[in-house]
Design a protein around this ligand. Structure first.
Ligand SMILES: CC(C)(COP(=O)(O)OP(=O)(O)OC[C@H]1O[C@@H](n2cnc3c(N)ncnc32)[C@H](O)[C@@H]1OP(=O)(O)O)[C@@H](O)C(=O)NCCC(=O)NCCS
Length: 330
Protein backbone atom coordinates (compact mmCIF):
# COMPACT_ATOMS: atom_id res chain seq x y z
CA UNK A 1 0.00 0.00 0.00
CA UNK A 2 1.26 3.45 -0.88
CA UNK A 3 2.04 5.45 2.23
CA UNK A 4 0.48 8.91 2.17
CA UNK A 5 1.75 11.62 4.46
CA UNK A 6 -0.17 14.87 4.36
CA UNK A 7 0.10 18.03 6.41
CA UNK A 8 -2.70 18.51 8.93
CA UNK A 9 -4.29 21.79 10.01
CA UNK A 10 -7.11 23.10 12.17
CA UNK A 11 -9.96 24.72 10.21
CA UNK A 12 -12.62 25.27 12.87
CA UNK A 13 -13.04 25.66 16.62
CA UNK A 14 -15.99 25.80 19.00
CA UNK A 15 -16.74 25.68 22.70
CA UNK A 16 -19.57 25.53 25.17
CA UNK A 17 -19.91 25.92 28.95
CA UNK A 18 -23.10 25.53 31.01
CA UNK A 19 -24.89 28.71 32.07
CA UNK A 20 -24.73 28.20 35.84
CA UNK A 21 -21.66 29.85 37.37
CA UNK A 22 -20.24 29.21 40.84
CA UNK A 23 -18.02 32.07 42.05
CA UNK A 24 -15.34 31.57 44.71
CA UNK A 25 -17.49 33.68 47.01
CA UNK A 26 -20.42 31.32 46.55
CA UNK A 27 -18.29 28.21 47.14
CA UNK A 28 -16.93 29.80 50.31
CA UNK A 29 -20.49 29.59 51.68
CA UNK A 30 -20.80 25.83 51.03
CA UNK A 31 -17.24 24.45 51.34
CA UNK A 32 -14.24 24.82 53.67
CA UNK A 33 -12.24 27.15 51.41
CA UNK A 34 -11.26 30.79 51.05
CA UNK A 35 -12.21 32.87 47.99
CA UNK A 36 -9.14 35.13 48.17
CA UNK A 37 -6.77 32.19 48.55
CA UNK A 38 -8.25 30.47 45.50
CA UNK A 39 -7.86 33.54 43.29
CA UNK A 40 -4.36 34.32 44.48
CA UNK A 41 -2.94 30.78 44.46
CA UNK A 42 -4.88 29.08 41.67
CA UNK A 43 -5.90 32.05 39.47
CA UNK A 44 -9.58 30.99 39.56
CA UNK A 45 -12.52 33.40 40.11
CA UNK A 46 -15.43 31.27 38.95
CA UNK A 47 -16.36 28.13 37.06
CA UNK A 48 -19.34 26.81 35.06
CA UNK A 49 -21.42 23.97 36.50
CA UNK A 50 -23.58 21.55 34.47
CA UNK A 51 -27.16 20.90 35.56
CA UNK A 52 -28.44 17.47 36.61
CA UNK A 53 -29.88 16.97 33.10
CA UNK A 54 -26.58 17.87 31.38
CA UNK A 55 -24.24 14.92 30.89
CA UNK A 56 -20.84 15.44 29.26
CA UNK A 57 -22.18 14.53 25.80
CA UNK A 58 -24.51 17.56 25.87
CA UNK A 59 -21.61 19.95 26.29
CA UNK A 60 -19.50 18.00 23.79
CA UNK A 61 -22.22 17.99 21.12
CA UNK A 62 -22.79 21.75 21.44
CA UNK A 63 -19.06 22.51 21.18
CA UNK A 64 -18.68 20.05 18.31
CA UNK A 65 -21.49 21.57 16.25
CA UNK A 66 -20.01 25.04 16.70
CA UNK A 67 -16.60 23.81 15.51
CA UNK A 68 -18.14 22.14 12.44
CA UNK A 69 -20.02 25.34 11.58
CA UNK A 70 -16.88 27.43 12.12
CA UNK A 71 -15.05 25.11 9.70
CA UNK A 72 -17.73 25.73 7.06
CA UNK A 73 -18.73 22.04 7.08
CA UNK A 74 -21.79 19.99 8.02
CA UNK A 75 -21.93 16.93 10.31
CA UNK A 76 -22.13 14.72 7.19
CA UNK A 77 -18.59 15.82 6.26
CA UNK A 78 -17.05 14.45 9.46
CA UNK A 79 -15.47 11.00 9.14
CA UNK A 80 -13.78 10.72 12.55
CA UNK A 81 -14.89 11.87 16.02
CA UNK A 82 -12.65 11.52 19.07
CA UNK A 83 -13.97 12.62 22.46
CA UNK A 84 -11.40 13.16 25.21
CA UNK A 85 -13.15 12.79 28.53
CA UNK A 86 -12.66 11.32 31.98
CA UNK A 87 -16.26 11.98 32.99
CA UNK A 88 -18.08 9.95 30.31
CA UNK A 89 -21.89 9.83 30.31
CA UNK A 90 -21.75 6.08 31.00
CA UNK A 91 -19.15 3.30 30.98
CA UNK A 92 -20.82 2.07 27.81
CA UNK A 93 -21.40 3.13 25.12
CA UNK A 94 -18.63 5.64 24.52
CA UNK A 95 -19.52 9.31 24.91
CA UNK A 96 -18.30 9.73 21.32
CA UNK A 97 -21.04 7.37 20.07
CA UNK A 98 -23.64 9.41 21.97
CA UNK A 99 -22.23 12.65 20.55
CA UNK A 100 -22.23 11.21 17.03
CA UNK A 101 -25.94 10.50 17.40
CA UNK A 102 -26.69 13.90 18.97
CA UNK A 103 -25.04 15.79 16.10
CA UNK A 104 -26.15 13.23 13.49
CA UNK A 105 -22.68 12.75 12.05
CA UNK A 106 -23.46 9.24 10.88
CA UNK A 107 -20.63 9.09 8.31
CA UNK A 108 -18.07 9.08 11.11
CA UNK A 109 -16.33 6.48 13.22
CA UNK A 110 -16.36 7.70 16.82
CA UNK A 111 -14.49 6.69 19.95
CA UNK A 112 -13.38 8.07 23.32
CA UNK A 113 -9.81 8.60 24.41
CA UNK A 114 -8.81 8.53 28.08
CA UNK A 115 -5.80 10.64 29.04
CA UNK A 116 -7.58 12.91 31.58
CA UNK A 117 -6.20 16.48 31.43
CA UNK A 118 -3.92 15.57 28.47
CA UNK A 119 -6.87 14.01 26.64
CA UNK A 120 -7.41 16.72 24.04
CA UNK A 121 -3.72 16.81 23.11
CA UNK A 122 -3.57 13.01 22.82
CA UNK A 123 -6.80 13.02 20.77
CA UNK A 124 -5.62 15.78 18.44
CA UNK A 125 -2.41 13.83 17.84
CA UNK A 126 -4.36 10.61 17.16
CA UNK A 127 -6.69 12.36 14.71
CA UNK A 128 -3.74 14.01 12.97
CA UNK A 129 -2.15 10.60 12.29
CA UNK A 130 -5.34 9.34 10.59
CA UNK A 131 -5.52 12.46 8.44
CA UNK A 132 -1.80 12.51 7.62
CA UNK A 133 -1.99 8.93 6.34
CA UNK A 134 -5.06 9.65 4.21
CA UNK A 135 -7.40 7.32 6.14
CA UNK A 136 -9.79 10.15 7.10
CA UNK A 137 -10.26 13.70 5.80
CA UNK A 138 -12.23 15.62 8.43
CA UNK A 139 -11.82 14.87 12.12
CA UNK A 140 -13.82 16.40 14.93
CA UNK A 141 -11.75 16.36 18.12
CA UNK A 142 -13.64 17.23 21.30
CA UNK A 143 -12.42 17.69 24.87
CA UNK A 144 -15.32 17.64 27.32
CA UNK A 145 -15.72 17.09 31.04
CA UNK A 146 -18.21 17.62 33.85
CA UNK A 147 -16.02 17.28 36.92
CA UNK A 148 -18.75 18.91 39.03
CA UNK A 149 -20.39 15.46 38.97
CA UNK A 150 -17.43 13.93 40.83
CA UNK A 151 -16.64 16.80 43.22
CA UNK A 152 -17.04 16.36 46.97
CA UNK A 153 -18.34 19.79 47.97
CA UNK A 154 -17.33 19.11 51.57
CA UNK A 155 -13.64 19.20 50.66
CA UNK A 156 -11.53 22.26 49.96
CA UNK A 157 -10.20 20.90 46.66
CA UNK A 158 -13.72 21.35 45.21
CA UNK A 159 -12.51 24.75 43.95
CA UNK A 160 -10.16 23.40 41.28
CA UNK A 161 -12.59 22.22 38.62
CA UNK A 162 -15.40 23.44 36.37
CA UNK A 163 -17.43 22.01 33.48
CA UNK A 164 -16.99 22.75 29.80
CA UNK A 165 -16.25 21.47 26.32
CA UNK A 166 -14.20 22.61 23.36
CA UNK A 167 -13.70 21.21 19.88
CA UNK A 168 -11.56 21.53 16.79
CA UNK A 169 -11.98 20.29 13.23
CA UNK A 170 -8.79 18.97 11.62
CA UNK A 171 -8.23 18.38 7.93
CA UNK A 172 -5.34 17.93 5.51
CA UNK A 173 -3.37 20.78 4.04
CA UNK A 174 -1.51 21.32 0.79
CA UNK A 175 0.56 24.14 2.23
CA UNK A 176 3.61 23.81 4.46
CA UNK A 177 1.52 25.06 7.39
CA UNK A 178 -0.18 22.92 10.04
CA UNK A 179 1.13 20.64 12.77
CA UNK A 180 4.90 20.54 12.95
CA UNK A 181 5.35 18.10 15.85
CA UNK A 182 3.71 16.13 18.61
CA UNK A 183 5.41 14.57 21.65
CA UNK A 184 3.29 12.48 24.01
CA UNK A 185 4.39 10.71 27.17
CA UNK A 186 2.91 8.39 29.81
CA UNK A 187 4.43 7.49 33.17
CA UNK A 188 2.14 5.08 34.99
CA UNK A 189 4.20 5.37 38.17
CA UNK A 190 2.18 8.53 38.89
CA UNK A 191 -1.15 6.76 38.58
CA UNK A 192 -2.55 7.39 42.06
CA UNK A 193 -1.67 11.08 42.33
CA UNK A 194 -4.89 11.96 40.57
CA UNK A 195 -7.58 9.33 40.36
CA UNK A 196 -11.33 8.77 40.06
CA UNK A 197 -11.57 5.34 41.67
CA UNK A 198 -15.29 4.58 41.59
CA UNK A 199 -17.63 3.15 38.98
CA UNK A 200 -15.13 0.89 37.21
CA UNK A 201 -14.14 -2.72 37.83
CA UNK A 202 -11.99 -2.08 40.90
CA UNK A 203 -14.63 -0.21 42.90
CA UNK A 204 -17.91 -0.99 41.14
CA UNK A 205 -20.99 1.00 42.00
CA UNK A 206 -22.20 -0.24 45.37
CA UNK A 207 -23.50 1.40 48.55
CA UNK A 208 -20.24 0.47 50.25
CA UNK A 209 -18.06 2.13 47.58
CA UNK A 210 -20.26 5.22 47.45
CA UNK A 211 -20.12 5.51 51.27
CA UNK A 212 -16.31 5.24 51.06
CA UNK A 213 -16.27 8.30 48.77
CA UNK A 214 -14.94 6.43 45.74
CA UNK A 215 -17.17 8.33 43.33
CA UNK A 216 -15.18 11.53 43.93
CA UNK A 217 -11.84 12.48 42.39
CA UNK A 218 -8.78 12.23 44.63
CA UNK A 219 -5.78 14.51 44.10
CA UNK A 220 -2.33 14.83 45.66
CA UNK A 221 -1.97 18.55 44.94
CA UNK A 222 1.72 18.83 45.76
CA UNK A 223 2.64 15.95 43.44
CA UNK A 224 0.59 17.53 40.62
CA UNK A 225 2.45 20.80 41.07
CA UNK A 226 5.92 19.22 41.29
CA UNK A 227 5.29 17.00 38.28
CA UNK A 228 3.67 19.76 36.20
CA UNK A 229 6.61 22.15 36.47
CA UNK A 230 8.98 19.35 35.52
CA UNK A 231 7.21 17.64 32.63
CA UNK A 232 5.59 20.60 30.84
CA UNK A 233 9.00 22.23 30.17
CA UNK A 234 10.44 18.83 29.20
CA UNK A 235 7.74 18.18 26.57
CA UNK A 236 7.83 21.74 25.23
CA UNK A 237 11.62 21.79 24.92
CA UNK A 238 11.55 18.43 23.12
CA UNK A 239 9.03 19.70 20.55
CA UNK A 240 11.15 22.81 19.99
CA UNK A 241 14.27 20.66 19.56
CA UNK A 242 12.40 18.35 17.13
CA UNK A 243 11.43 21.29 14.91
CA UNK A 244 14.52 23.46 15.31
CA UNK A 245 12.31 26.34 16.41
CA UNK A 246 13.45 28.57 19.28
CA UNK A 247 11.18 29.71 22.09
CA UNK A 248 11.60 33.33 20.88
CA UNK A 249 9.81 32.41 17.63
CA UNK A 250 6.72 31.09 19.45
CA UNK A 251 3.73 33.46 19.36
CA UNK A 252 1.45 31.79 21.92
CA UNK A 253 1.41 28.90 24.35
CA UNK A 254 -2.10 27.45 24.68
CA UNK A 255 -1.67 25.14 27.68
CA UNK A 256 -3.87 22.99 29.86
CA UNK A 257 -5.13 25.08 32.82
CA UNK A 258 -4.16 23.35 36.09
CA UNK A 259 -3.18 26.33 38.25
CA UNK A 260 -1.72 29.75 37.50
CA UNK A 261 1.44 28.95 39.51
CA UNK A 262 2.24 25.89 37.38
CA UNK A 263 1.91 27.99 34.21
CA UNK A 264 3.95 30.90 35.60
CA UNK A 265 6.76 28.58 36.66
CA UNK A 266 6.67 26.68 33.36
CA UNK A 267 6.91 29.95 31.40
CA UNK A 268 9.94 30.98 33.47
CA UNK A 269 11.71 27.64 32.93
CA UNK A 270 11.20 27.62 29.14
CA UNK A 271 11.99 31.35 28.82
CA UNK A 272 8.61 32.48 27.44
CA UNK A 273 7.22 35.89 28.52
CA UNK A 274 3.99 35.27 30.44
CA UNK A 275 2.06 37.59 28.06
CA UNK A 276 2.43 34.82 25.48
CA UNK A 277 0.85 32.23 27.78
CA UNK A 278 -2.91 32.11 27.16
CA UNK A 279 -5.10 31.51 30.20
CA UNK A 280 -8.81 31.60 30.97
CA UNK A 281 -8.85 29.67 34.23
CA UNK A 282 -10.13 32.77 36.04
CA UNK A 283 -13.50 32.15 34.29
CA UNK A 284 -13.52 28.36 33.80
CA UNK A 285 -11.15 26.80 36.40
CA UNK A 286 -9.80 23.44 35.23
CA UNK A 287 -12.23 21.80 32.78
CA UNK A 288 -9.80 18.87 32.30
CA UNK A 289 -10.20 17.64 28.69
CA UNK A 290 -11.97 20.91 27.87
CA UNK A 291 -9.24 23.39 28.80
CA UNK A 292 -7.11 23.52 25.65
CA UNK A 293 -9.94 23.54 23.07
CA UNK A 294 -12.01 26.13 25.00
CA UNK A 295 -8.96 28.37 25.19
CA UNK A 296 -8.06 27.68 21.55
CA UNK A 297 -11.58 28.71 20.54
CA UNK A 298 -11.34 31.95 22.55
CA UNK A 299 -7.96 32.87 21.05
CA UNK A 300 -9.21 31.96 17.56
CA UNK A 301 -12.45 33.96 17.88
CA UNK A 302 -10.46 36.93 19.20
CA UNK A 303 -8.73 36.97 15.77
CA UNK A 304 -5.28 36.31 17.20
CA UNK A 305 -4.51 33.21 15.11
CA UNK A 306 -3.42 34.77 11.85
CA UNK A 307 -1.66 32.62 9.21
CA UNK A 308 1.94 31.84 10.06
CA UNK A 309 1.58 32.25 13.83
CA UNK A 310 3.46 29.60 15.80
CA UNK A 311 1.34 28.09 18.56
CA UNK A 312 2.50 25.67 21.23
CA UNK A 313 0.09 23.33 23.02
CA UNK A 314 1.09 21.57 26.25
CA UNK A 315 -0.70 19.48 28.86
CA UNK A 316 -0.15 17.35 31.93
CA UNK A 317 -2.70 15.02 33.45
CA UNK A 318 -3.41 11.98 35.50
CA UNK A 319 -1.49 8.85 34.63
CA UNK A 320 0.85 10.68 34.45
CA UNK A 321 0.16 11.72 30.89
CA UNK A 322 1.80 14.75 29.33
CA UNK A 323 2.97 16.20 26.07
CA UNK A 324 3.31 19.14 23.73
CA UNK A 325 2.64 20.07 20.14
CA UNK A 326 3.59 22.87 17.78
CA UNK A 327 1.46 24.18 14.92
CA UNK A 328 2.04 26.85 12.31
CA UNK A 329 -1.43 28.34 11.89
CA UNK A 330 -2.84 28.48 8.38
C1 LIG B 1 -2.96 22.38 45.85
C2 LIG B 1 -1.83 23.37 46.14
C3 LIG B 1 -2.28 24.77 45.93
C4 LIG B 1 -1.44 23.14 47.59
O1 LIG B 1 -0.26 23.81 47.87
P1 LIG B 1 0.61 23.39 49.14
O2 LIG B 1 1.61 24.45 49.34
O3 LIG B 1 1.04 21.99 48.96
O4 LIG B 1 -0.48 23.56 50.21
P2 LIG B 1 -1.08 22.69 51.36
O5 LIG B 1 -2.06 21.69 50.83
O6 LIG B 1 -0.01 22.20 52.29
O7 LIG B 1 -1.86 23.90 52.03
C5 LIG B 1 -1.18 25.07 52.51
C6 LIG B 1 -2.21 26.11 52.90
O8 LIG B 1 -2.85 26.64 51.72
C7 LIG B 1 -4.24 26.88 52.04
N1 LIG B 1 -5.06 26.03 51.14
C8 LIG B 1 -4.69 24.89 50.48
N2 LIG B 1 -5.69 24.47 49.70
C9 LIG B 1 -6.70 25.34 49.85
C10 LIG B 1 -8.00 25.45 49.30
N3 LIG B 1 -8.46 24.58 48.38
N4 LIG B 1 -8.78 26.47 49.68
C11 LIG B 1 -8.34 27.38 50.58
N5 LIG B 1 -7.12 27.33 51.13
C12 LIG B 1 -6.31 26.33 50.78
C13 LIG B 1 -4.45 26.52 53.49
O9 LIG B 1 -4.26 27.66 54.26
C14 LIG B 1 -3.32 25.55 53.74
O10 LIG B 1 -2.91 25.51 55.08
P3 LIG B 1 -3.49 24.35 56.07
O11 LIG B 1 -3.21 23.03 55.41
O12 LIG B 1 -2.73 24.56 57.33
O13 LIG B 1 -4.96 24.63 56.18
C15 LIG B 1 -0.63 23.13 45.21
O14 LIG B 1 -0.02 21.91 45.56
C16 LIG B 1 -1.02 23.13 43.78
O15 LIG B 1 -1.30 24.14 43.16
N6 LIG B 1 -1.01 21.95 43.15
C17 LIG B 1 -1.45 21.78 41.81
C18 LIG B 1 -2.79 21.14 41.79
C19 LIG B 1 -3.44 21.23 40.44
O16 LIG B 1 -3.04 21.97 39.60
N7 LIG B 1 -4.48 20.43 40.25
C20 LIG B 1 -5.27 20.48 39.07
C21 LIG B 1 -4.81 19.56 38.02
S1 LIG B 1 -5.05 17.86 38.37
Amino acid sequence: MQQMVRNVRIIGTGSYAPETVYTNEYIETIAPTDAEWVLENLGIRERHIAGPDQPTSDLAAKAGLKAIENAGLTPDDIDLIIVATSTPDRLAPSTAAIVQDKIQAYNSVAFDLAAVCSGFLFSMSTAAQYIATGIYNHALVIGADTFSKIIDWNRRDCVFFGDGAGAAVLTHSDSDKGFLAFRLYTDGRGKWNFTIPGGGSEFPMSHENVDAGHRYFQMVGKAVYETGVQVLPKAINQVLADTGISIDQVDYLIPHQPSIRILQDTAKIIGLPFEKVMTNMDRYANTSGGTIPILLDEVNKAGRLTPGKLILFAAVGSGWTYGASLIRWS
